[in-house]
Design a protein around this ligand. Structure first.
Ligand SMILES: [Zn+2]
Length: 199
């Protein structure tokens, strides 16, 4: 019989739902958590509990933030003439890690996918266009993922910005087709951002 107390079994269930964690890893994590100082486990529990309580989407750019608007949207030191558009909030972190970009961001919260019923209204495209219309924007960099859906989304946004006078560009090659931008190494991402092409 399974001698593990219910609390341990519940923990194992939760751990196994995390990506990359199978039953064996879950068991060794649980074993570890049972041997460390209770305060350490309490710290982890608090961090997990605060995740969704404190982190929200910026009402301007939709990146994940604790304060609204986010630190980028409120930073007077950023280049406020450029907006870099990505699909997911975590991609912003990868781009920022390259230290090659100093403008503003806009997170679409997904990509266009007619097959899955995802249209422009399901993304933050209108909010992006509104930001562009409000003036002061000279360049929009469409850094959607190099997938069919990402490309489709970039083309759609580029069309919507036609005639706006705003330069629309796309990070250059170097990013593997079909890959996710957030998973690309810093150097490749930095180079792709530097040598972007107009669309
Ligand atoms: Zn923001």
């Amino acid at each position: 019989m399974d001698l593990r107390p219910m609390a341990v079994r519940v923990l194992l269930e939760h751990l196994q739902r995390l990506p990359g964690i199978g039953p064996r890893t879950a068991r060794s994590l649980a074993d570890h958590l049972l041997t460390v100082e209770p305060a350490q486990v309490a710290g982890l529990a608090e961090a997990l509990a605060r995740l969704h309580e404190r982190v929200r989407l910026c009402s301007v750019c939709s990146m994940l933030t604790e304060g609204d608007p986010c630190p980028v949207c409120t930073d007077p030191g950023r280049d406020r003439t450029a907006i870099l558009v990505v699909e997911t909030p975590t991609t912003v972190w990868s781009v920022e890690d390259t230290r090659q970009y100093h403008g503003l961001y806009h997170v679409l919260l997904g990509h266009l996918s007619p097959l899955h019923g995802v249209g422009p209204d399901d993304l933050t495209i209108d909010a992006l266009l509104e930001r562009c219309r409000s003036g002061g924007i000279a360049e929009v960099i469409l850094a959607t993922d190099p997938t069919v859906e990402g490309e489709t989304t970039a083309v759609y946004i580029a069309r919507r910005l036609e005639g706006s006078g705003i330069t629309v560009s796309r990070p250059a090659s170097g990013i593997p087709v079909g890959g996710e931008l957030a998973a690309v190494d810093h150097l490749t991402l930095a180079q792709a951002l530097q040598s972007r092409r107009r669309v």
